[in-house]
Ligand binder design. Sequence first.
Ligand SMILES: Cc1ncc(COP(=O)(O)O)c(C=O)c1O
Length: 422
Amino acid sequence: MWSNTKGRELKERALRVIPNGMYGHESTRLLPEEFPQFFSQAEGAKIWDADGNSYVDFVCAYGPNLFGHGYAPIEEAARRQQMLGDTMTGPSEIMVDLAEAFVSQVAHADWAMFCKNGTDATTMAMTVARAHRNRKIILYAKGTYHGAAPWCTPRPAGIIPEDRAAIVYYEYNDPESLADAFKQYDGQVAGVFATPIRHEVFIDNFEPDLKYVQTARRLCDENDALLIVDDVRAGFRLARGCSWEPLGVLPDLACFGKAIANGYPISALLGSDKARAAAQEIFVTGSFWFSATPMAAAIETLHQIRTTDYLEKTKEAGAALRAGLDQQAAAHGFQLRQTGPAEMPQILFAEDPDFRIGYAWSVECLKRGVYLHPYHNQFMSLAHDERIIAETLAATDLAFEALKGTVGSAEPNPNLMKLLAH
Ligand SMILES: Cc1ncc(COP(=O)(O)O)c(C=O)c1O
């Protein structure tokens, strides 16, 4: 029987010693109050909260778990390196192995630099782009997420106009708006940021038009600016290289993070020879950027990416989940809006502008052992096999049934409404 006694106590204790009890993208402040904030264990496709409730985890740590929690070959590689040495006075020789593995895996990459989080990689990409021709303007698609540094964080508190003075916003998927920005800042554009797909919270997700992708490449070439694909969230989830490779467009720089070591802390900036001189000029570093254990985990993750059918399997699992949910929703008199690629599915309800239906359903799922996010895209892992999808669909069917009884009294979430009003 689901309960959250300990989870509630933990949230109260946390409120006293951690701002808001938790901060950042893993904070549950905007989620229904039943959502657990703290977890005790993870294995395969499952996570356990502090009360011992287990859930099929469709958030996968917001992306990192590509092969499932605790995937043995990657854990063994990490443990072997941990015994040898982790944070030393210089990197382990395996840093070179890892850079070579990325260069042979990702088409545009001639070199790799490693850091910890996606924001490190995107900020480093911006710095390389500016150093490339000593220009300052960065073209940034309005509303896309590139991390939590002052130049890109989505919340205004603590940010000054100067932090964004050289950031110019264009419309994602709109080649004309990109061309206009280049025209307006003729000769000043250092680089263009693009997420590989539109995968933002609260909205229907979608893949970009080829014309936008090709125009971004052409305009960067014509204006000697660098094209930066931010693959932090989608990297290796849509393709075995950069996510725009299947579209036939290669960037100059790509940012990877999240899934590249199946949960171990490491991110990467992968660049082409064109950007090498600029990358050699800048100074970027961090005390933990060169730790060897995450690098060992990343080497094994890349090996698994090359040698297993994880990509096909996660696409299949996502498609099975999507089809099952659509069928159940219709049978219970609801309509879903399922968008984005099946392996990173965004699951919203039709005609649910204040998200109250989705929130109510996510609570019913949670209480039946399925952790589905009500406004962020989900993530599939190799551990989401047929058995897990069947277990999930058995629970979601009951959740839809229960929703019929509660949807009439569902209210919008006040914290969410406050945020969306700004
Ligand atoms: C596209 C994209 N870029 C950058 C980031 C920032 O990554 P991190 O949270 O590891 O700093 C994220 C995180 O969600 C992301 O989705």
